[in-house]
Design a protein around this ligand. Structure first.
Ligand code: PA5
Length: 463
């Protein structure tokens, strides 16, 4: 199968100069720390970093496929109730591997996938008005089994289903993905008899797309999950190699670290030149932000570390953000996602051939124009000394998307070593969750509630 290719020529000092580009000696100096980072991450493979082994869970894959076959044709809509790491991978897989318009008009016999990762009452309310819950299979995904957003959605839809169908038939519309033991969802699964899948130990939310968290909805909507996992396994073996120059995760992690620590570029822009890959950039934004954005280093020092992820889509954002990228502050570096062979092409008619401003388009294809615009943007940014790499997908296939997930997860784990932070916790997210529990009056959070109320009662300055 065709590998993803990472071209990093345009981050090098020999291409864009030494002020913004990485010198050979800077990479040289990082080889030993990179070797240690790789040994540290791979050494935890069969201990706590179990997500590394997700591509090899054949029994889980087969179980998911069997369940998907057993419910095939029964539901018009597969609805994911989850948030953060329990949602973004699902959306990324759907956008990349289902038809762009499948949301609005799913192909005959194939269910639509909706990812409801917000409790905005307008959004949720309209879903309830527009969709018949009895036409849906709800995949409730929560590793902790206690996230307020997901659990409130679960409570709403479970009640609606029971009112419409009675308890026994309502059950058939809910499938749960959660921890094997922890959290409130697992005992509910047992009491109510839902079909359920497990988020394995050692697999954090943002590293879980290749577990049942991402695989179940993918399989239910016809994605080839065996290929997704095969792609991840192929990338996994590339990223185990100790030869720095042949290990794309090592190279990416080193570039990210050098860009922020040595070149003063705290902003990492993922520029997807593919409508279908845009949500892969969204998924990566969470992976990068939540993994590296930390108050403390692992040795306890206060560091306030972390790059700021930004997403852009080509060509759309050429007419929105590229002005800033080409001429604004030198605080960013870029990862272009490119597709070598798009699945389709469209020819532009050779009308108005006597007008110079249109004649050059006649008879050419949108694929040619798209390619020219991507290459043009890369050249322009390179000439403006803006460091950039290009990650090329040969074609948008499950195998390539699987490679991408595994590559970026391993790269971010290695970045955690360079930054010296714990890439696998999220104390800042937990703090927000606790504040919400306190404000909603959850038992055991009275102290936090009093503190928040005091802050909220201070005089406001408004205009
Ligand atoms: O990556 C993470 O750990 C988070 O983004 C979680 O996925 C998110 O907070 C949802 O948590 P849970 O799956 O426990 O409901």
């Amino acid at each position: 199968m065709e590998p993803l290719v990472l071209d990093y020529t345009n981050v090098l000092a020999e291409t864009i100069g030494s002020e913004h580009g990485i010198g050979v000696e800077e990479i040289g100096a990082l080889r030993e720390p990179a070797r240690r980072a790789l040994a540290a991450v791979q050494g935890r493979r069969s201990r706590d970093l179990r997500w590394l082994d997700l591509p090899y869970q054949d029994a889980v894959r087969d179980w998911i496929l069997e369940y998907a076959r057993s419910v095939a044709g029964r539901f018009q809509n597969i609805v994911v109730l989850g948030i953060g790491g329990s949602a973004l991978g699902n959306r990324a897989v759907r956008t990349a591997l289902s038809g762009v318009y499948d949301d609005q008009a799913p192909p005959l016999g194939r269910p639509r996938l909706l990812v409801l990762d917000n409790i905005d009452p307008d959004w949720m309310g309209e879903f309830l008005e527009r969709f018949d819950p009895t036409s849906c299979l709800f995949n409730v995904i929560s590793k902790s089994g206690s996230t307020a957003e997901t659990m409130s959605q679960f409570l709403i839809l479970r009640r609606l289903l029971i009112e419409r169908l009675g308890e026994k038939r309502a059950r058939e519309h809910i499938v749960v993905t959660t921890d094997a033991d922890k959290g409130v969802l697992r005992p509910i699964v047992r009491e109510e008899g839902y079909v359920s899948f497990v988020v394995p130990e050692g697999v954090g939310g943002r590293f879980s797309v290749l577990s049942p968290v991402g695989l179940l909805a993918a399989a239910l909507t016809g994605v080839d999950i065996a290929e997704l996992l095969a792609g991840a396994a192929a990338m996994d073996s590339r990223c185990r190699g100790e030869d720095f120059d042949r290990n794309p995760a090592q190279v990416l992690a080193a570039i990210q670290w050098l860009m922020q620590a040595h070149k003063g570029k705290p902003i990492a822009v993922t520029f997807a030149y593919s409508h279908r890959l845009r949500d892969l950039a969204d998924w990566y934004a969470q992976l990068l932000a939540e993994s590296l954005g930390k108050t403390r280093a692992r040795d306890g020092r206060i560091v306030h570390a972390g790059p700021t992820p930004v997403r852009a889509v080509g060509v759309t954002d050429q007419h929105s953000q590229v002005q800033l990228y080409a001429e604004g502050p030198f605080d960013k570096w870029f990862t272009f996602l490119a597709v070598e062979h798009p699945d389709r092409d469209v020819t532009v008619p050779a009308d108005f051939a006597d007008r110079d401003a249109l004649a050059y388009l006649g008879g050419r294809t949108l694929g040619e124009l798209f390619h020219a615009e991507r290459e043009g943007t890369i050249v322009a940014l390179t000439e403006a000394a803006r460091p950039n790499v290009t990650l090329t997908f040969p074609r948008i296939r499950a195998h390539a998307v699987g490679q991408y997930f595994q590559l970026m997860e391993i790269a971010v784990a290695l970045m955690g070593e360079h930054y010296g932070v714990d890439a696998f916790d999220q104390p800042g997210v937990e703090a927000g969750k606790v504040a919400a529990y306190a404000l909603m009056g959850r038992e055991g959070y009275a102290e936090q509630r009093a503190r928040i109320e005091k802050r909220r009662s201070a005089p406001r300055r408004t205009v």
